[in-house]
Design a protein around this ligand. Structure first.
Ligand code: ADP
Length: 192
């Protein structure tokens, strides 16, 4: 990169931030179909950790799309760029000592591999929030499944664009079997 001089060396190192916050910077990446339960779990976890005096930052797909990633759509290429940018944001936050909870559909293994590559496997744990397409459709929290069925959502995950089941997540939570409380307790165990 010409004429770009990153300042990392002259800035306060990660360790200084972690000592200040009294925690280890780390990311928990929750992925799964729309309506599988990612935000419900992450929001409850944020509250719990916050009450414990821990510093948590949420990185949510829809939130990013309303700002940093406005303008990106849902084609394969745009999803990849969406996840690349999200991963860089996550890395920045982790390197500044934050506990980062990521909620992004992240439908394909190649996207997850990119997130691992950018954030680093030492700092990233993957949680597959699992629920069948039918269950998510029935919940239809955001009304997207009804819209998709009517043909109003392009490249909707689980329908026209495929969601690949992960092979080796750090944790799988089946939200058709576990309660929200049980799910939150399971994810909590992953946090150092
Ligand atoms: P996502 O963020 O994955 O799109 P949401 O969290 O917005 O999904 O919606 C998930 C829905 O499923 C909510 O209505 C929630 O109450 C319900 N639900 C049922 N069981 C669970 C569970 N174990 N964990 C999380 N959500 C659950």
């Amino acid at each position: 990169m010409t004429n770009i001089y990153p300042e990392f060396e002259r800035q306060i190192p990660r360790q200084g931030k972690e000592e200040l916050l009294k925690q280890k910077g780390q990311a928990i990446w929750l992925y799964g179909l729309s309506g599988s339960g990612k935000s419900t779990i992450a929001n409850a976890l944020e509250k719990l950790l916050h009450e414990q005096g821990r510093y948590v930052v949420m990185v949510d797909g829809d939130n990013l799309r309303s700002g940093l990633n406005a303008g990106l759509g849902f084609t394969d290429e745009d999803r990849e760029e969406n996840i690349r940018r999200a991963s860089e944001v996550v890395k920045l936050l982790v390197n500044n000592g934050a506990i980062v909870l990521v909620t992004l559909i992240t439908p394909q293994e190649k996207f997850r591999a990119m997130a691992r590559e950018i954030v680093g496997t030492d700092d990233l744990k993957e949680v597959y929030v699992k629920a069948s397409f039918e269950a998510c459709q029935q919940r239809d929290v955001k009304g997207l499944y009804a819209k998709a069925a009517a043909g109003g959502v392009k490249n909707f995950s689980g329908k026209t664009s495929n969601f690949e089941e992960p092979e080796t997540p750090d944790l799988t939570i089946n939200t058709e079997e576990s309660s929200v409380e049980e799910s939150v307790a399971q994810v909590l165990k992953l946090i150092i």
